[in-house]
Write a protein that binds this ligand. Structure first.
Ligand code: C5P
Length: 240
């Protein structure tokens, strides 16, 4: 059973990851490796995290022609991570080919695949005026989530605020992984559609992704515990 709280390891080197994880003294976490880290440290880092027993969301947000995404996914499946993603904006065929690639490349159970709908840093103004997608963020998110389900993926990345809408349209089993999480005391930084961990749970998020709130905290372990508490998890039940 995967932890509901995913810690975004947004660091630029393996050394920084190691020193961050050291304070968790061997606790098994659900971590997210994104572009910043993977482009520097590559598959070796994934192997290291797996050896330490962490569950891994490899957040590379693939978006290319279907054939390229298919081949990339064959390779990523070999890393035996738990969760990968694509941009739903790449279209249904691209997403179908992503899943096929994962099936072909994996040795056991294939990694789950989810799709980014609208980035949580986006806004209606950006979507309408810069990217020329008309309508509301919610309309675009529902459309992209429905395409994702049609293509056979397990769920989407979205803002927690959109979870009820997504679950309403795609079913309660359809996974929602939600970044854009802030504690009441935090800065929003570049995130626009944010909520607290407790509110995300109330809205029905399956997993929250938390980056700077934990990684930039003076006491990351304590902040993680506070978020677990807000989610209703006690330390004893975290599977150490
Ligand atoms: O530091 P913060 O909590 O804002 O980090 C959120 C993490 O989730 C980052 O790693 C970011 O790349 C990722 N993410 C996001 N919005 C999405 C998809 C992923 O913020 N739609």
């Amino acid at each position: 059973m995967l932890q509901p709280i995913i810690i975004a390891l947004d660091f630029e080197s393996k050394e920084k990851v190691q020193s961050f994880l050291a304070s968790f003294s061997g606790e098994r976490l659900f971590v997210k490796v994104g572009m910043e880290l993977f482009y520097q440290e590559g598959p070796d880092l994934i192997r290291m995290l797996k050896e330490q027993g962490h569950a891994i969301f490899l957040d590379l947000k693939l978006h290319d022609i279907p054939n390229t995404v298919h081949k990339a996914m064959v390779g990523l499946a070999k890393l035996d991570v738990d969760l990968v993603n694509v941009h739903a904006m790449g279209g249904i065929e691209m997403m179908e080919r992503a899943v096929q690639g994962l099936e072909e490349g994996s040795r056991g159970q294939r990694p789950k695949c989810i799709a980014v709908t609208q980035l949580t840093s986006s806004s209606k103004k950006i979507m309408n005026e810069e990217i020329s997608i008309p309508g509301s963020i919610e309309q675009s998110v529902v459309n992209l989530a429905e395409n994702t389900r049609t293509a056979g993926l397990e769920g989407v990345v979205s803002s927690p605020l959109e979870v009820p809408l997504i679950k309403g349209n795609c079913g309660s089993e359809f996974l929602t992984v939600t970044p854009g999480i802030r504690l009441l005391s935090d800065e929003k930084n570049d995130q626009k559609r944010v909520t607290t961990p407790g509110k995300a749970k109330e809205l029905g998020s399956d997993h929250i992704v938390v980056g700077r709130t934990i990684t930039c905290s003076e006491n990351p372990v304590q902040t993680y515990r506070n978020i677990q508490n807000e989610w209703g998890i006690t330390f004893e039940t975290t599977g150490r």
